[in-house]
Write a protein that binds this ligand. Structure first.
Ligand code: F55
Length: 833
């Protein structure tokens, strides 16, 4: 009888793509079906957006198989899991990336061709989820890709902002912000989980009492409650069966908050309360520095942290339990201090909701969290006023006070009589208004602390966390950042990927970036160099075409060196140093039109925080200089300036492949790591850079002779600042520098207005906190050397090949393995395809 027969097995010989619906024929059929059944369209009348949605659903369907299997394996094997807590995920478009990670880019492209689809146009149609500001948010996205690829069970927790980072327009040279409506047309990559939702409370007061056993218990009576609902996005590993989870929380008014129940007769008040709840996940704060005193920002942080910790506890109790082993099941990585309130929240949940005594709860908490610091800039260290905390999170304030009391007792015992040290280390800054130091909370509540590049991790120990390092040096680590080669080579630079594959073996290097070393022995091979140059020129052509269609600047990809600085606009990143170099070249050309220099396109991209006046003025300056230079026939055959509007992940992917020169010119000691530096170099750009952040390690890897170094070291910077830095002396001591700065305020770039750029110039001459003037001469000299080398193509190409060949270290797979081995103590859980 049929019932007794063994289930029909798919014969092992059947190719994998046929069994899993990934053959060309099944992709075509699935696509047509999705277009019809989900979008309700025939091919003939479908809009570009319909065509994109059908492609997205076709790909998503093919991820679900692996996703469900991963979830099963993770659950039944009680796998130890990493929870990455981050207020930001700067994901970038999913479609192309998921095709690559599924291993079906090629077959999908062919299926598309047979359906007469414009593949590139479909990819273009996707609105990227820009749920982050810059490096920190993009790092979280790279780490999600690598966690899955190196097969570590992980959940990324964050906020499902309805509006991500603003879209940037340039109008009359100024930045104009437009709101980012990425969800307008629906998001095919997420799966709403209305049943996975948690209450999050704010405000009110606490009530202290004792239970029957005489133990003290605390009840927090809040005066506002919102509900966090999970939205899940699967994250594929490359070439493996592992699929991890990105779980983002959306704030809603809880059902119990319904009109009748709470607000009889106050219809308006009820709707207002609902809107107030939904406001919490409405918009990403567009600053890459903390907003002082913004209540909504603290609400956002607590909102996603509380949902995430409640979810972790639920998962733990559903599987292994009991709560005493929570830290064996989970390790939670704090992406900077934005989620640091998690320390107090886990304590609260363990003690108040699960009746655990303080010591046991503290043990678990401290063994659960690890903290990554991303900045040394004092103004970027997050603090919250005690008053705000008391109003919003009264119970957490009590817990923080108690953590602090116990912690400071250990400091006092360790350093008898050193009350100055106690004050420095306190979680509460008592100088001025009382404020909670979130970095101190993160350090005290964590098992491990790390910086994001070797120099940065060293500087942490001697500056902002010096006292903590002295007390427990064994808890301090370095994990140098990395970026994913899937998105930043394979997806964004397919020509280069193909060329690399010829030398480094298909697939191998994409999973193990150290394999790029196989290129090294061919670095001087003229045949490879010629093809290398073709690949670069083709990418430059793509970019030039795109720029000419968006903004109108015409660049010559054949003759011009593409010199690119793309990153958030910030004084410490010194985009104005780059501008001073442009102005110097301009003046030289004006003095001698027959200079015979190497033609250059100076390309910029980057957003300024909407309230950061100086950064916005730098954008205006770049565009103003561009206008003059690009329209001056005496020079525009040699130099052109372009500002790419709306630098985001998608647009970044157009820039990295096309760069000859990568500008990484921050003042030494200020850029914690940088990650754009890695993306450029991996795509064959040479770097002009200071000894800052990961530049140092990039230079160590690629070789000092293949890196254009200039400027002071962090130590020299420290010394000069201690001696008293006087930018005024540089201004008066260097005729060319003075003439370049004076040209900025001469009115040449501002239609005669000598005041427009005055704040910028004055700030440089009088304060210059990031020592632009001190590094100016070294930078110019270095740029001259660069031009000379660019004039010798064989030498340049050799250097470029060696850069790519030696960038293996900067794969985020390596970073994640470092975390797994040195910090998390977690093993891969391989899942086959
Ligand atoms: C965002 C919000 C706040 Cl409140 C503060 C900072 C940020 C932010 O975006 N920071 C950021 O991007 N930091 C960068 O992190 C990168 C990843 O580690 C580093 O490479 C980079 O040096 C650092 O500036």
């Amino acid at each position: 009888a049929p019932e007794t027969e063994a289930p029909t097995e798919v014969p092992a010989a059947t190719p994998e793509h046929t069994r899993t619906g990934m053959s060309k024929a099944s992709l075509k059929q699935a696509y047509i079906d999705n277009l019809f059944y989900i979008q309700g369209r025939f091919r003939e009348v479908a809009t570009p957006h319909d065509l994109y949605m059908a492609a997205a659903f076709t790909v998503r369907d093919r991820m679900l198989d692996r996703w469900v299997k991963s979830a099963q394996v993770y659950k039944t094997s009680h796998a130890r899991t990493v929870c990455y807590l981050s207020a930001e995920y700067l994901l970038g478009p999913h479609l192309a990336n998921n095709l690559v990670n599924l291993g079906i880019s090629e077959v999908a492209r062919r299926a598309g061709e047979e359906l007469d689809l414009d593949f590139e146009a479909i990819l273009e149609e996707e609105e990227e989820p820009g749920l982050g500001n810059g490096g920190l948010g993009r790092l979280a996205a790279c780490y999600m890709d690598s966690l899955a690829t190196v097969q570590i069970p992980a959940i990324g927790y964050g906020i499902r902002y309805e509006f991500g980072i603003f879209d940037q327009d340039i109008q009359n040279g100024w930045q104009v912000e437009r709101s980012d409506t990425w969800l307008r047309n629906g998001n095919p990559w997420e799966i709403p989980r209305p049943k996975i939702s948690f209450p999050v409370r704010y405000g009110g007061h606490t009530e202290h009492s004792r239970d029957q056993a005489g133990r003290s218990r605390v009840r927090w009576v809040a005066d506002m409650v919102v509900s966090g609902v999970a939205f899940d996005t699967p994250v594929l590993g490359y070439g493996v069966g592992n699929v991890n989870l990105l779980r983002l929380w959306k704030a809603e008014a809880p059902e119990s908050f319904d009109f009748q129940v709470f607000n009889v007769g106050d219809y308006y008040g009820a709707v207002h309360a609902k809107i107030e709840a939904e406001t919490i996940s409405k918009v990403l704060y567009p600053n890459d520095e903390p907003e002082a005193g913004k209540e909504l920002r603290l609400k956002q942080q607590y909102f996603f942290v509380s949902c995430s910790i409640q979810d972790m506890i639920r998962l733990h109790l559903n599987t292994v339990g009991p709560l005493e082993t929570f830290h064996e099941k989970f390790v939670a990585q704090l992406n900077d201090t934005h989620p640091a309130i998690a320390v107090a929240e886990l304590m609260r949940l363990l003690m108040d909701d699960h009746a655990m005594p303080w010591d046991a709860a503290w043990d678990i908490t401290r063994n659960t969290f690890c903290y990554t610091n991303h900045t040394l800039l004092p103004e970027a260290l997050e603090t919250w006023s005690v008053a705000l905390f008391e109003r919003l999170l009264p119970r957490h304030l009590e817990i923080i006070y108690e953590i602090n009391r116990r912690f400071l007792d250990t400091v006092r015992v360790r350093y008898l009589g050193d009350e100055a040290r106690v004050a420095r280390m306190s979680l509460i800054d008592e100088t001025g208004g009382r404020r909670i130091r979130m970095a101190h909370l993160a350090v005290v509540g964590s098992r491990a602390v790390n910086g994001v590049a070797a120099l940065h991790s060293e500087l942490i120990k001697t500056t902002i966390l010096k006292d903590f390092y002295e007390m427990s040096p064994e808890r301090f680590h370095n994990v140098t950042n990395g970026v994913t080669p899937r998105r930043f080579i394979v997806v964004s630079n397919p020509r280069l990927a193909e060329l690399i594959t010829e030398f480094c073996g298909h697939d191998r290097w994409i999973r193990d970036l150290d394999c790029l070393r196989d290129l090294e022995e061919h670095a001087e091979d003229p045949a490879l160099q010629a093809r290398w140059r073709e690949v670069k020129t083709a990418a430059k052509q793509d970019l030039a075409l795109w720029l000419s269609q968006h903004g109108g600047v015409v660049l010559d990809p054949q003759t011009m060196m593409f010199d690119i600085q793309a990153k958030r606009m910030h004084e410490y990143k010194r985009q104005h140093l780059n501008v001073l170099h442009i102005i110097r070249v301009y003046q030289r050309l004006k003095q001698n039109p027959n200079l015979g220099m190497v033609p250059r396109a100076f390309i910029f991209g980057g957003k300024a925080a909407p309230g950061y006046y100086m950064a916005k003025l730098m954008i205006k300056l770049i565009n103003s200089v561009a206008e003059v230079i690009n329209n001056d026939p005496q020079v525009n055959g040699f130099i052109r300036v372009a500002f790419m509007a709306d630098f985001n992940v998608k647009n970044g992917q157009r820039l990295y492949p096309a760069a000859d020169l990568s500008e990484q010119i921050s003042l030494a000691g200020k850029e914690a790591s940088g990650t754009g530096n890695m993306k450029f170099s991996m795509n064959g750009a040479l770097t002009v850079g200071t000894l800052d952040g990961a530049n140092i390690e990039i230079r160590d890897e690629v070789g000092a002779e293949n890196f254009f170094l200039f400027g002071m070291t962090a130590e020299e910077v420290r010394r000069k600042q201690a001696e008293g830095y006087r930018p005024w002396d540089y201004y008066h001591g260097d005729d060319e520098l003075r003439s370049d700065i004076d040209l900025v305020t001469s009115g040449l770039f501002s239609h005669g207005d000598t005041n427009l750029f005055r704040p910028l110039a004055d700030h440089l001459i009088n304060q210059d906190p990031f020592m632009v003037l001190a590094d100016y001469r070294a930078y110019l000299n270095c740029q001259d050397r660069i031009s000379e080398v660019y004039d010798r193509p064989a030498e340049w190409d050799r250097m470029s090949i060696l850069n790519v060949a030696r960038m293996g270290k900067f794969s985020s797979d390596r970073s994640i393995r470092d975390y797994a081995e040195r910090i998390w103590g977690i093993e891969p859980k391989p899942i086959g395809i």
